[in-house]
Design a protein around this ligand. Sequence first.
Ligand code: NAP
Length: 275
Amino acid sequence: MEKIALVTGSSSGIGFETALALAREGYYTYATMRDTKKGNQINEIAKKENLKLEVIELDVDKDKTVQDAVNKIMKEKNRIDVLVNNAGYTLFGCLEDLSMDDLKAQFETNFFGAVRTSQAVIPIMRNQKSGTIVNISSVAGKIGFPVSPAYISSKFALEGLSESMRYELSPFGINTIIIEPGVIKTNFMSSMKKSMKPDSAYKEITEKVIMGISMMAEMGTPPQEVAKTIIKAIKSENPLPRYVVGNDAVMFLEAKKAKTDLEFENYIKKELFSS
Ligand SMILES: NC(=O)c1ccc[n+]([C@@H]2O[C@H](COP(=O)([O-])OP(=O)(O)OC[C@H]3O[C@@H](n4cnc5c(N)ncnc54)[C@H](OP(=O)(O)O)[C@@H]3O)[C@@H](O)[C@H]2O)c1
């Protein structure tokens, strides 16, 4: 039986590579994006490689586009085997500099976006008695960091959601998998949003952290590595609850496990303020 995949945020980076990787694995892949005009590149690759990949519109912030996309897939294929909740962006800014609107918009995409698509797809997978939902979290879903409280808390929320979904969905044959990448070389720095008040007390740390992450992004793990991990996870008979991608992520998460909370905080402070 033909397997069907839906990936959100497929216009660039991790979503782009994951949609291609799924299509190369034989999945009929709906590479969804909020602006389908950005689909030329993925369409060209799919055509050249003769992949079964279709670009369709889906904005994870908008109920209607989510429902329309899922309805179209059900009409055409009548099943969904894999959902990859990937769409997201990074909002930089210290808490005092963030407006409630900034914070809500970050959660709308990074957290409620995954909720919205999952709620649309779960009944289908439950009826099929099978399916896999992959939530793209981050090492930021496990570790607090200054200048990114909005992004970090949206990913912490996604981690809690995913852990809870696992209990609820496994009786129906649905796997939920969390992916925790470190810094990946994608468009995330060019699409990031920044909030800083003109008289901000956090100007220095905000600029320092953004510059540091930009430099790390240049040397980041290629997004193909994340796609490879997702394929490995969904092909596994008993997928693990979470997969970490990138040496930086492994290092931070191991340090977090090995240290007390205060030791870890001091380690991060040393990393951050040593240069
Ligand atoms: N890069 C990293 O270091 C890293 C590390 C850990 C986790 N992640 C996570 O990986 C995911 C993908 O990010 P990326 O690094 O691949 O960045 P990216 O290259 O900027 O890609 C982000 C994708 O999300 C899409 N998107 C944003 N808002 C959307 C919305 N409302 N509806 C639908 N699509 C939307 C973007 O579409 P447009 O082109 O229309 O903007 C784009 O396709 C995100 O969840 C991010 O938090 C990234």
